[in-house]
Design a protein around this ligand. Structure first.
Ligand SMILES: [Zn+2]
Length: 191
């Protein structure tokens, strides 16, 4: 959804927010804050401008005979919850069983960023990554596990500091093939 110019949030609005929070937006330390915040939010929500199809478009060769799980762990996740606009962050592990096509490993990180750099809930983030891989790479199986700390929960005492929320999505053969599922889980187990 695009915003018209009159709807766009500008410097005056950020100053108003600062004032609402009890601050003096004119004091020296806050002078450039509206501009900085605007740039930072453009970066944190850049995913809306990115298309998973073009990220996964170029497939790499040499995978015709590779029929074992490919797992990438510890992919950094930086996102913001859509309920509080508060950061949640952690790591993703992605695994898939190729069906004749593999994708460059850096593309998996870009795919995570594409969905994480939006307002999210962790459950949907996990599902979106798994579904877009299934849809565009057509693997036999795909699994995504995300572990994140949520500032909105920890700082308000809803969760113990350091507590991780774990979400997973298992699609294709991972849904019913228990041996494959166990292999995936053992390969993605945190240290
Ligand atoms: Zn939240």
């Amino acid at each position: 959804m695009s915003t018209t110019k009159s709807e766009a949030f500008g410097t005056a609005d950020w100053k108003r927010l600062l004032r609402t929070l009890g601050e003096d937006p004119e004091r020296q330390g806050l002078a450039d804050t509206p501009e900085r915040v605007e740039k930072a939010w453009a970066h944190w929500t850049r995913g809306y401008q990115e298309d998973p199809v073009s990220i996964l478009k170029m497939f790499e060769d040499g995978s015709e005979h590779y029929n074992e799980l490919i797992v990438v762990r510890k992919i950094p996740v930086y996102s913001h919850c859509e309920h509080h606009l508060a950061p949640f962050f952690g790591h993703a592990a992605i695994g898939y069983l190729p069906n004749g096509r593999i994708v460059g490993l850096s593309k998996l990180t870009r795919l995570v960023n594409c969905f994480a750099a939006r307002l999210q809930v962790q459950e949907r983030l996990t599902q979106q990554i798994a579904e877009s891989l299934l849809e565009h790479l057509h693997p036999q199986a795909v699994g995504v596990i995300i572990r994140c700390r949520h500032m909105c929960m920890e700082s308000r005492g809803v969760a113990v500091p350091g507590e991780e929320t774990v979400t997973s999505a298992m699609l294709g053969d991972l849904q019913h093939n228990h041996a494959l599922r166990n292999e995936f889980l053992s390969l993605t187990r945190p240290d």
